[in-house]
Design a protein around this ligand. Structure first.
Ligand code: HEC
Ligand code: HEC
Length: 207
């Protein structure tokens, strides 16, 4: 655990140093060797989710991508990669971010407390059909996988709920995204608090 923390702090420093050493060409090679079998050579997805969707890339930070590689999705078949170096993580993340054509979206990133309010639970019924009542995933991905809970910021959750994912059944719960059910900012925060409640303590299950 201590080593993991050190690694993470190290790589966050690397990321914040604007990545002088990372190299998109290396990133492409590393991505093809380590990720493409499941995520597709061009990020189009397969056994794993597509990584080249604009609605994903505009809310997914480099830190989200690096953490997702480090912690994987142990309950869902995305292998944690403690064996890659910090430079390798950053190169792969930069390569993936290279697919982004649209401007990043800024979403409030304040943290909510994990909480099951009556409203939050009722609203999560809108999600349970695809993500399962306990959030463990069905046709939609797991929202309680320890790797996901640890990698996703509350801003990432808010942004994804608002925008949805283009080209998938996950339409955004906002007027802008044209969804029949538009959730207010407060509603979205109740849902985020409920997702954190469902995933509470899961980060301890990180292998
Ligand atoms: C053996 C298959 C497999 C490999 C190899 C793999 N992944 Fe995954 N990955 C998955 C699956 C499956 C999921 C979806 C988890 C879910 O459904 O909850 C996933 C999810 C992800 C996500 C979350 C995507 C999102 O929409 O939030 C990211 C980011 C990711 N993987 C990055 C990578 C990277 C980068 C590599 C290479 C270092 C990699 N993965 C290698 C199977 C894989
Ligand atoms: C009709 C099915 C469906 C419904 C309803 C739905 N989702 Fe999704 N959701 C999906 C699918 C499919 C994906 C993965 C899309 C992709 O391939 O990138 C997803 C992705 C997500 C992600 C990103 C997960 C990741 O690994 O990056 C979050 C967060 C999420 N949904 C939350 C919600 C919440 C909260 C609700 C209810 C307010 C909801 N979803 C309703 C199908 C659905």
């Amino acid at each position: 655990m201590k080593k993991q923390k050190t690694t993470l702090i190290g790589l966050l420093l690397v990321l914040s140093a604007l990545c002088a050493t990372c190299n998109a060409a290396d990133g492409a090679k590393l991505y093809l060797a380590n990720c493409a079998t499941c995520h597709g050579a061009e990020g189009e997805g397969g056994k794993g989710l597509a990584l080249n969707r604009q609605s994903f890339l505009v809310v997914a930070s480099g830190v989200y991508l690096v953490k997702s590689m480090l912690y994987g999705r142990p309950t869902r078949g995305c292998p944690p990669r403690k064996d890659l170096s910090n430079d390798e993580f950053v190169s792969i993340a930069s390569f993936i971010k290279g697919w982004q054509k649209e401007k990043s979206v800024t979403v409030p990133n304040n943290k909510v407390q994990p909480f099951a309010s009556v409203r939050g639970k009722a609203l999560f019924a809108l999600c349970a059909g695809c993500h399962e009542a306990d959030g463990a995933g069905a046709m939609g991905p797991s929202l309680v996988d320890p790797g996901f809970q640890t990698s996703a910021s509350d801003g990432f959750l808010r942004g994804t709920i608002k925008l949805g994912r283009d080209g998938t059944p996950m339409s955004g719960f906002s007027k802008e995204a044209g969804h029949v059910v538009a959730l207010s900012e407060e509603d979205i925060d109740e849902v985020v608090a409920y997702i954190r409640y469902l995933g509470k303590g899961k980060e301890k299950e990180i292998p």
